[in-house]
Design a protein around this ligand. Sequence first.
Ligand code: ADP
Ligand code: ZN
Ligand code: ZN
Length: 769
Amino acid sequence: MPQRYADIVLPLAQPAYTFAVPDGMTVAAGQAVAVQFGPRKFYTGIVWQVHDRRPDFKRIKPIHKILYDRPLLSEEQRALWDWIASYYLCSIGEVMRCALPNLIKPSGDTEEELLQDEYRPRTECYVSLAPELHDAARLDEVFKQLTRRAPKQYEALLEIAAGGDTGPEAHNVDENVAATAKNSIATGEIARRLLRADTTVLHTLARKGFIRETEHLRTTERGGARFRLPELTPHQTEALEQLRTQYAAGKQTALLHGITGSGKTEIYIHLIAETLAREGDVLLLVPEIALTAQLIARMERIFGSRVTAYHSKLTPQRRTETYLQLNRSEGGEFVVGARSAIFLPLRRLQLVIVDEEHDPSYKQAEPAPRYNGRDCAVMMTRIFGCRTLLGSATPSLETWLNAHTEKYANAELTERYGTARLPRIIISDTLRAARRGERKGRFNKILLDKIEAALARGEQAMLFQNRRGFSPYVTCTECGWTARCPHCNVTLTYHRNGDRLVCHYCGHTEGVPAKCPSCKVTEVVPMGFGTEQIEQEIAALFPEARVARLDRDNATSQRVFQNIIADFESRRTDILVGTQMITKGFDFDGVSVVGILNADNLLNNPDFRAAERAFQLMMQVAGRAGRRDDGGEVVIQTAEPGHPVIRQVAENDYEGMVRMQLADREAFFYPPYARLTSLTLRHRDPVLLRRAAAELADRLRTRFGRRVLGPMAPPVDRIRDEYLVGLLLKVENGASAQRAREILTDELRRFTENPDFKNITLITDVDPL
Ligand code: ADP
Ligand code: ZN
Ligand code: ZN
């Protein structure tokens, strides 16, 4: 036997390294192994390729041992990693660092330290109706007996007999519900976690012999026939049929463009059920899992314990467990996850759904790989042979264009479900209101009137402002001095809570000066406003109302966050003030007024996507209002009521927005008509940095010509005492993206290998947002 070698990927910003396969060891691609790398350290690596080509370095270390009883990565997963590394211009080791949960890939100074955490499968408590009660007459007797004396037990038993799906109305003890439950008695097991009923109540029922409780491995119910699917409306059925037909005709990716509340999720549910019934795996991606507890609960009501949540807020232990558990699965898995869920081992992946596909949080900003989960999901159709569905009320221009040039299949939902109407959108001119004396604090009178009326009807209001803190800056009215961060080139935000100035880039804080430090004449005053100020003003204007705020400053943990949401949901608070955090994924039935306090700072962003983003954000915020029959009302405060995007929002004119923006993008060669790669250079010495950027720009111009823009200063050109300079590469559609990547890789390698520039940090961002 010739000596065998294996190229192994390590969790370092490096390409794969070659190790020797010891005699008697058989390794296969995708397997995890322990190897020694560097003078002492042990790492977990992934076998990428086994071959018999001896590398030309002298000391080739052997593989230490094989970890886990089966490969951690399938061939398709490896292909995905390879694609990400090459497309996003990073090393395969960086992909590994991000793709695998930490505990799965231990490292250490000795072999013992590396020893893997033993994976123990999780067990869970299941309950089922006692066999004697499978008889309708007997069950009826028990219900009668409980309904008067023990309503809690009655409700719990009802829930179990109905298979855990009695809806909120079960809280009212209702004979009709009981009758329905009795008509089809659910006899199977149901995970206790999925029941509303209290554990102590269930114990009592078990003691009385009405139910059985068992503890066993977490199982998934098999057989799709048991899912209770919502019945679709004719419009929804038509959209679903269109998707099915176009998929069957060979389209791999589809757009489901449906306004908020039109039932996109109901269509997802049908496609998910079909796939699970075939024992296929499903991945449902959501922009931020922290905000989607409601969606998970909704999916669990239908798909029970098949639903697996996966995101960065889970403990490392839990993420590792989930990975290994899925790795053993035979198919029929349903994962609801944030973007990193694309890395899970779903061997029979057949359907990937990307909900709110336009959302910027699908893009990983830091660290590399700076991938976009939505775009990976589209690529996965080629690698896994799966289908991808992109859903949105306001699709990204990229996706819209692909759907309308027939690269993607396309289906639309243009009506809200049931009697719910679209919210009425009122544009309110802040300058005019101020002139007429119809403005109190940061509020135009019309918004205050709407809030007052809503509160009087016992309804709720939401107020959106995309800045946190009290004021984005403080200034001296005498000499114009403004407080700035000593480490970053930005103004300091005033936080009344704690009475401090805070840098939102580096976290630097300082006290508010008593007198202007520059002219020493007057006090400094806060300018502009953030959520803190809105909260304070609205509380003063409506002293009876219970006001809460939700932003990154006060939602310090998952718990606090959930509590604020739960309080608003159950109407323990009346007015919720917040940033982007309040815009996503919540359905609050009680909300009839939504205020957007300052649309202008959404629009006046220097980014080429500002108009598109502002439109999407405003539509999303507006969507929080119209969940009710009368549609609710949205008040948008702006100094530019004639701005085209404001008009498009008011007229619900998505198409108009798209056509206007696409024309601009085409004229100026921006996505979707060109591909962008941004390069950011960072260093403490601005002189060296400028020289490096100029040299890199020159080199790139020799290869790419006028496709190179810069060097230029980004909007914030100093962060944490480091200066930043940017370059932008624009490659028009039609030019070979592959070739451009090769040239760029080559030039960037040359740059990083230049000893003059070796301490300069270079950040490469492909398709930046
Ligand atoms: P979207 O995902 O497009 O915002 P949803 O699927 O969340 O819309 O639907 C909005 C609301 O309407 C939800 O409360 C949902 O339960 C209800 N709904 C939509 N379609 C149906 C249907 N066919 N049957 C019953 N309820 C529906
Ligand atoms: Zn001054
Ligand atoms: Zn700072």
